[in-house]
Write a protein that binds this ligand. Structure first.
Ligand SMILES: [Zn+2]
Length: 346
């Protein structure tokens, strides 16, 4: 009798707990609550204007009409159930085909995962196989590519600061860090992929592998992509960038002081005139769905408020833009602000 009652109490408690989790999970701010304006210069004036198309999370397609560079490659979207249950997930071939057609990826020269977690590198091999693009990145990224059957001469492993030329793009990978958003300042799913990597795999198999800051120079301007909210003090001081794509996933969980230093050492240090936050959307949703993550996972509203504050405090002439999914933006069609010196060393 006692055992029966105990069991019943446990069931009721579990039920209440699941209801609480589901309710918390549903608490998300609307994307409209974020007051970054969308870029006004949404359409390219001429065919050779450099445009960038944001395809969710930190996947970005650079295009100057002749050459295309893809930062990350994440079109297959595992579900929350795949993550929670640790189910093996596979590349979504139909969606990859659709995306590459829809966004006219016919001149892809390079695919550059900012690190090799699944939300950045899941589809790099499948995309490389549907193009002649090179994959640039860590040994772990190379293993993902090889597992997909990408030929060795399409893979370049980058250990130190290394530059590549693709058409008029001069691309430099600079080894950097991943945001310390794991338990007690650790990096989640850290480490490397050190075995052959055949699909399907559970999402935990995509190890961080090594992170990069990517600098993309073009006669029309310079863009810098920081996919994960991490910085090394003064590491980017020698770079002058017009535009920064700023990864903000989980930035709020790292605190305002950290976020401000991140801004200063990434945006202020490079003197950029435009900042596009990226990696603010919930990546466990179908491709093309842009919604904010549950507040208990990542409070993007707070992040947005902070970034507005930092902009006013350190870089008044810099604009913050909300990237629009799937819309090519002429990112250099604005005059650059004067590079600033780094203030606030602490
Ligand atoms: Zn990551």
């Amino acid at each position: 009798m006692v055992a029966k009652r105990l069991a019943l109490t446990l069931v009721v408690l579990l039920l209440l707990l699941s209801i609480a989790v589901v309710m918390l999970w549903r608490q998300r701010a609307s994307i409209d609550a974020i007051d970054w304006p969308t870029a006004a210069l949404a359409s390219a004036e001429t065919a050779d204007t450099v445009t960038v198309t944001w395809l969710g999370v930190s996947t970005l397609l650079f295009d100057d009409g002749e050459t295309q560079i893809l930062i990350d490659g994440f079109f297959s979207r595992p579900s929350i159930a795949d993550v929670v249950l640790g189910r093996p997930v596979d590349n979504d071939a139909a969606n990859i085909n659709y995306v590459m057609n829809e966004f006219r990826m016919r001149r892809l020269a390079a695919i550059i995962p900012v690190h090799s977690h699944f939300d950045h590198a899941m589809d790099i091999g499948a995309i490389a196989n549907r193009s002649s693009a090179s994959i640039l990145g860590s040994e772990s990224a190379a293993r993902i590519a090889r597992g997909a059957g990408v030929p060795e001469d399409q893979i370049s492993i980058v250990e130190d600061i290394t530059a590549f030329d693709f058409g008029n793009f001069h691309v430099t990978l600079r080894p950097s860090a991943h945001a310390p958003i794991g338990w007690r300042g650790s990096v989640p799913l850290d480490g490397v992929i050190d075995e052959s990597f055949e699909m399907p795999q559970p999402i935990s198999a995509w190890r961080m592998g090594g992170a990069y800051t990517v600098v993309i120079e073009h006669p029309q301007g310079t863009a810098l992509v920081q996919g994960s909210a991490a910085f090394r003090k003064y590491a980017l001081q020698d770079i002058s960038a017009d535009v920064v794509f700023l990864g903000v996933s989980q930035l709020e969980s790292l605190g305002k002081d950290y976020a401000e230093l991140y801004w200063q050492h990434t945006v202020t240090a490079t003197g950029s005139h435009s900042v596009y936050p990226i990696h603010f959307d919930d990546y466990l949703n179908p491709f093309g769905t842009v919604i904010l993550p549950p507040k208990i996972i990542d409070n993007v509203e707070t992040t947005a408020k902070w970034l507005n504050e930092f902009r006013l405090r350190w870089d008044r002439e810099t604009s913050l833009f909300m990237p629009e999914f799937g819309v090519p933006v002429a990112i250099f069609a604005q005059p650059a602000a004067e590079p600033r010196s780094l203030i606030g060393d602490n």
